[in-house]
Design a binder for this molecule. Structure first.
Ligand code: GTP
Ligand code: MG
Length: 338
């Protein structure tokens, strides 16, 4: 299934129905009073977040959504029926913007949460509403109001606690597979992961965190190199970042860290200020002297939160889970607790 995380649609509420001009006509009742009913309200266009959807794909094909108009009022004080509302299902984590002004309209972060994106127009009042002491037989009624209309841009920003960032082939998907039940694809070529994967990682007795594996980043991603950096929006809402560095790569870990750090900063400066952990991966393929040297250079860059890992053999994965959980919960673990 294709993964679509951004789309623009046009939404329009239904128009309100016309109010009615009518007078009571009954046998043996001369000069019956006005009895024109009100028009019905137009239907709304509503977005509803659902955890069953994981992409905005469904909204990619149909671009216009117009709710039904309210029907007109009629005689005998009958109010017109309300126009049918349109409810569009979107994945949890969808942020809604006005496409023209760019202003944020809403953010749907919970299953079942709804947002009216185009209100239906209210129905016009019928002539019966305009009677007063000096005006016994009003011969006018109100037209319905038009429904609201606008273009909105929907952006899916996944909700995860932890974001995994690294070069292509660093082992991010291997890690998410070993920590969770995610079946992210793993292969020994770059850009295996083209869309983000989420994994739920249990820890302690009954706690868990959600980790997001996003496509690999390369130098110049901010200028469109590789897959660009648009998918970084999926780690925008994470609280902790894990940098995956391949200790066997030609680009040595401290250089890889600098490049990744810079790309994140270009995307959104604030990303580099959140708590993070740096993992040296593929430790099964290198000797410990090399890892010592890498760690030393990383420390010289001011990186203290380091961890050695082999995502493939699982060596260090359990410890990584506790380290991440500590960061998420703001816990400081003393060295003797290990
Ligand atoms: N020896 C060894 N190989 C590893 C380790 N972790 C990952 N690999 C291998 O490295 C290759 C890339 O792993 P992936 O998990 O697909 O890497 P990725 O970071 O998700 O890559 P992209 O999706 O392309 O960004 C695969 O062949 C893995 O088997 C490790 O700890 N040790
Ligand atoms: Mg991958």
């Amino acid at each position: 299934m294709r993964f679509v995380d951004e789309t623009t649609i046009f939404v329009q509420g239904g128009h309100g129905g016309r109010g009615c001009v009518s007078f009571r006509r009954e046998k043996f009742v001369p000069n019956g009073g006005p009895d024109g009913g009100d028009g019905g309200h137009g239907g709304d266009v509503i977005l509803c977040a659902t955890s069953r959807a994981s992409t905005l794909l469904d909204l990619q094909f149909t671009k216009h959504y117009r709710a039904k108009n309210g029907s007109n009022g009629s005689g005998s004080n009958k109010t017109g029926s309300r126009g049918k509302t349109i409810e569009l299902q979107v994945p949890v984590g969808t942020v809604i913007y006005d496409a023209e002004t760019g202003a944020s309209i809403g953010d749907l972060v919970e299953d079942g949460q709804t947002l009216i994106v185009a209100k239906g127009g209210i129905g016009g009042l019928g002539n019966a509403r305009f009677v007063n002491s000096t005006r016994q037989a009003p011969d006018f009624a109100q037209p319905g109001r038009p429904g609201e209309e606008r273009r909105i841009r929907l952006e899916l920003k996944l909700l995860a606690d932890v974001g995994l960032v690294g070069f292509p082939n660093a082992g991010k998907s291997t890690l998410i597979r070993s920590m969770s039940r995610s079946r992210a694809k793993v292969a020994d070529y770059p850009f295996t992961t083209l869309v983000p994967n989420l994994g739920v990682v249990p820890y302690d007795a009954d706690r868990h965190f959600v980790i997001a594996d996003v496509p690999g980043l390369i130098e110049g991603a901010a200028d469109g190199a590789g897959l660009g950096h648009q998918f970084l929006r999926h780690i925008e809402r994470t609280r902790v970042l894990v940098y995956m560095l391949d200790s066997t790569d030609d680009v040595i870990p401290p250089d890889a860290f600098k490049i990744l750090h810079n790309e994140l900063q270009c995307f959104e400066n604030e990303l580099v200020n959140r708590p993070y952990l740096v993992c040296l991966n593929k430790t099964d393929l290198v000797d410990s002297e090399w890892l010592d040297m890498c760690e030393e250079s990383l420390r010289a860059l001011g990186v203290d939160n380091l961890h050695r890992l082999s995502a493939l053999t699982g060596d260090g994965t359990k410890k990584l889970i506790t380290l991440v959980a500590d960061l998420l919960e703001g816990r400081v673990r003393e060295p003797w607790e290990d």
